[in-house]
Design a protein around this ligand. Structure first.
Ligand code: AR6
Length: 171
């Protein structure tokens, strides 16, 4: 398994699957969710609405899949991160579930590569270092996809991931 981080816009990344930091409604929003729906076109939203009609949205920590619409990726996995509320409301376990459930769903769709944004670290205010540790550890515990790319948008997350993945390679 190869793990790396890059800085940039996940909608431009060529991977079998990119992951979206969605919300429970699956109807889109701001941040990376807004960017993915904007770049991916209306079929992604139409598929999200179908899933919503069938199962009533997506719970925190769970994941659903649509095609990639106009994006370079074949599929988009929509997962719902946890809102940081001080840390004693199961936030860490729920964020971990986002990564493990996304990996499982990606494997079921025969993905060789998957790109993750820094789930929950924007509007949901999860502390960035804590979120990165959860992300990297969960990927290490579930080595089921050949290539995992962390796509960091802001400088702070990119710095955190570079440090963490350097340490990971050294250990
Ligand atoms: N590519 C990659 N990463 C991005 C991009 C992009 N184009 N744009 C922002 N980020 P956020 P959350 C980073 O707020 O905290 C939405 O409204 C950003 O710097 O997108 O999980 C949803 O509908 C940050 O590090 O997601 C939900 O309501 C990371 O993506 C809510 O926000 C996550 O920030 C979810 O909040």
């Amino acid at each position: 398994m190869k793990i790396r981080c890059v800085q940039g816009d996940i909608t431009k990344v060529t991977a079998d699957i990119i992951v979206n930091a969605a919300n429970t409604s699956l109807l889109g929003g701001g941040g990376v969710d807004g960017a993915i729906h904007k770049a991916g076109g209306k079929t992604i939203l139409e598929e999200c609405i179908k899933i919503r009609n069938k199962q009533g949205g997506c719970k925190t920590g769970e994941a659903v899949i649509t095609t990639g619409g106009l994006l370079p990726a074949k599929y988009v996995i929509h997962t719902v991160g946890s809102v940081w509320n001080g840390g004693s409301n199961n936030e860490e376990e729920l964020l971990k579930n986002c990564y493990s459930n996304s990996l499982k769903l990606a494997k079921e769709h025969n993905a060789k590569s998957i790109a993750f944004p820094n789930i929950s670290t924007g509007i949901y205010k999860f502390p960035k270092e804590k979120a990165a540790l959860i992300a990297v550890n969960t990927i290490k515990e579930n080595p089921i996809i050949d290539e995992v790319i962390f796509v960091c948008y802001d400088d702070e997350n990119y710095g955190v991931y570079k440090k963490l993945l350097y340490m990971f390679v050294m250990i």
